[in-house]
Design a binder for this molecule. Structure first.
Ligand SMILES: [Zn+2]
Ligand SMILES: [Zn+2]
Length: 89
């Protein structure tokens, strides 16, 4: 197990958000769905760039698309390998 989990009396604790899951499997799914532990990236809605992390995405937005300042970046989170078929007009 990596450092973001801890075993407790009531189950497996997610150190990222404090949620406790009954099983290790449940915790893994929770982490995959909710946290940036694997294969999460961000698609820029303006220029289509694929950003590797929330931090890079925020930096990208403030550098190139100031009009999107304050937008909820989680709306643009994706998982899995970046798809190539999304071609902007
Ligand atoms: Zn969590
Ligand atoms: Zn962009």
């Amino acid at each position: 197990m990596s450092s973001w989990t801890a075993k407790t009396d009531s189950g497996f604790l997610c150190l990222e958000c404090g949620k406790v899951l009954a099983t290790k499997r449940g915790l893994k799914r929770h982490a995959r769905d909710l946290h940036v532990f694997r294969n999460v990236w961000y698609r820029c809605p303006v220029c289509g760039a694929a950003l590797q992390s929330k931090n890079t995405f925020c930096t990208h937005l403030s550098a190139y698309h100031k009009e999107l300042k304050g937008v909820d970046v989680e709306l643009f989170a994706r998982t899995g390998p970046p798809e190539q078929e999304e071609v902007l007009p």
